[in-house]
Design a protein. Structure first.
Length: 371
């Protein structure tokens, strides 16, 4: 071995020791951290009575109150900032499968006949959006949500046809049987997801939650208790067919049309994205805190007229405390009469204001009292 080879060997050994000293411990720490996280996830995995792990995609429930609302993103504690949401409108309208096209034609004929006969007001076939996909990732450092919502043009008659998820097709199957996998709730063709709505939990300046009851004449969830404000995305109003809709602006439109409240009179916070897995309807959940308008003032404002008064048949005001709101949700005469996504909306709004611990303690206490 030459002197040069010996020197190179010594330098290599020294460098090896140096790199091992500098990087071995951090690498080990990172490895054990990952193992701890994986173990924690396994410990948190819900398990049934037979010891078999349950699906982590469980819909929202509190004691006897069971809903079809799946909270896809958001926990109430951390707000979703406007810059975290990107909305893209894709080219090309949604197409129904050939064996579902007659259903849409049937709806169109029925509405034309209703107009001719004058038996009822004809339903307007408004331009809407279908959900092509919702992708969620995390930023590299802060792990904040990064959400991409992809929409595709559709219309209301296509939505009504696709809502017949349990209607028999010519081969005897149903759209639910053929196109939906219960173990993969986020995977569905766009033609079955022709609805994206905005739900807002409104809290007055004197800490009253606004709870509305939908009119018996509305097509979706008639007569059920629900969000303070509910608004669907409209291609005609919210984007004029040229730009992607702004979810915050849709929420503000709903606040104006349903409560006659202007943007400068409240703070608006996006809390979650939710899927009604039974009906394949997507929604964004907001909370709005009125800054200078109390319950009495809001009642007076509504009494002077609102644009969409026909959508609600009554409005109640519930103290915005965990115990009071949860008692309202679990009332025996109301527990089965909530719109599917409303209980999750109110839960998230409570968590955002009062904290998860206080809300979960109140929920556990309310459920115990029912036993």
């Amino acid at each position: 071995m030459t002197g040069i080879d010996l020197a190179n060997g010594i330098v290599g050994a020294v460098l090896g020791i140096l790199f091992a000293t500098l990087f071995q411990q951090p690498l080990q720490d990172a490895w054990f951290k990952l193992r701890r996280r994986a173990a924690a996830r396994l410990r948190r995995l819900p398990v049934g009575e037979d010891g078999v792990p349950l699906s982590t995609w469980s819909t929202f429930a509190i004691g006897p109150l069971h809903t079809s609302a799946l909270i896809v993103e958001g926990d109430g504690e951390q707000a979703i900032t406007p810059d975290a949401v990107r909305v893209q409108v894709l080219e090309g309208e949604v197409d129904l499968p050939p064996d579902m096209v007659p259903w849409r034609e049937e709806i169109e004929r029925t509405e034309q006949q209703a107009e001719v006969s004058g038996t009822r007001v004809r339903i307007w076939n408004g331009p809407r959006y279908a959900v092509e996909g919702l992708e969620i990732s995390r930023t590299s450092l802060e792990e904040h949500p990064d959400i991409s919502l992809r929409l595709r043009p559709t219309d209301y008659f296509t939505f009504l046809a696709a809502q017949q998820l349990d209607r028999r097709l010519p081969d005897g199957t149903t759209p639910r049987d053929r196109y939906l996998d219960p173990d993969r709730p986020l995977t569905a063709p766009a033609f079955l997801q022709c609805s994206f709505g905005i739900n807002v939990a409104v809290v007055t300046s004197d800490h009253l939650l606004v709870v509305s009851r939908r009119a018996d004449t509305v097509r979706m969830a008639p007569g059920l208790w629900g969000a303070s404000v509910n608004e669907g995305l409209s291609r005609h109003i919210d984007s004029a067919g040229r730009t992607a809709p702004d979810l915050y602006e849709v929420a503000r439109r709903g606040m104006r049309e349903e409560l006659s409240v202007q943007p400068h009179e409240y703070t608006l916070t996006l809390l979650a994205f939710v899927l009604d897995v039974e009906r394949r309807q997507w929604s964004a959940h907001f909370t709005a805190h009125l800054t200078g308008l109390n319950g009495e003032g809001l009642r007076a404002r509504i009494s002077r007229g609102v644009a969409d008064r026909w959508e609600h048949q009554s409005i109640e005001y519930v103290p915005f405390r965990p115990s009071a709101v949860i008692r309202e949700l679990l009332r025996p005469d109301r527990v089965r009469h909530w719109a599917p996504v409303a209980p999750a909306l109110f839960h998230l709004a409570l968590v955002h204001t009062h904290g998860r611990g206080a809300v979960e303690r109140a929920e556990a206490s309310a459920v115990r009292r029912l036993r």
